[in-house]
Design a protein around this ligand. Structure first.
Ligand SMILES: [Zn+2]
Ligand SMILES: [Zn+2]
Length: 182
């Protein structure tokens, strides 16, 4: 099997650290995981006690060139992983294979995403990412408009109003021009 980045380079089979069998390119150090190898590993591995890990960042060379699936020759699609992870994963919609550039597996391993990374390729996962981006954009907008201090104050007030038993009365009071008239 040929590397989708280096093209001519043949890949050799390896076992990823705490992971499935993969085809490894010695030149660019990327790994190709086939869907059935991944499923076999998921089903057969012994699950260790998993604690929350801090995200380990590596200098990832996320190759920008379009890649062809080394198994079935279809175009690989790029998928965002998480908001705090900058690289994309390349996934084949034909055979389900996934390409990891050098060290991408290690990053997923560090946040325990290595045993459920197939969720990344679902619509739900990608929609959730978009929603988080939207929330960040709104937060940035408010911060720009109000300034950091007023924005912090505003959030405090909002939380206070929402937790208050007389929430509706308070909102009416605040928004009424003259709350002392019937
Ligand atoms: Zn390569
Ligand atoms: Zn494929």
């Amino acid at each position: 099997m040929k590397c989708p980045i280096c093209r001519h380079q043949s890949m050799v089979t390896v076992n990823l650290e705490d992971g499935p069998k993969a085809y490894h390119c010695g030149a660019c150090e990327g790994d190709w995981i086939m869907a059935n190898d991944y499923e076999y590993w998921l089903a057969s591995r012994e699950v260790a006690e998993e604690s929350a890990h801090p995200l380990t960042q590596f200098e990832i060379q996320d190759s920008p060139v379009p890649k062809l699936c080394p198994t079935c020759r279809q175009i690989l699609f790029k998928y965002r992983v998480r908001q705090d992870i900058q690289f994309h994963l390349d996934h084949c919609r034909g055979c389900g294979g996934v390409w990891f550039d050098k060290d991408e597996w290690k990053v997923l391993r560090s946040v325990n995403l290595h045993d459920e990374f197939y969720k990344i390729f679902t619509r739900a996962w990608q929609e959730k990412l978009k929603q988080l981006d939207q929330r960040d954009n709104f937060a940035k907008l408010y911060r720009d408009r109000f300034g950091e201090d007023d924005y912090a104050e505003l959030r405090k007030i909002k939380a206070w109003v929402e937790a208050h038993p007389h929430q509706q009365l308070i909102l009416g009071y605040l928004t009424s021009e003259d709350p002392y008239r019937p």
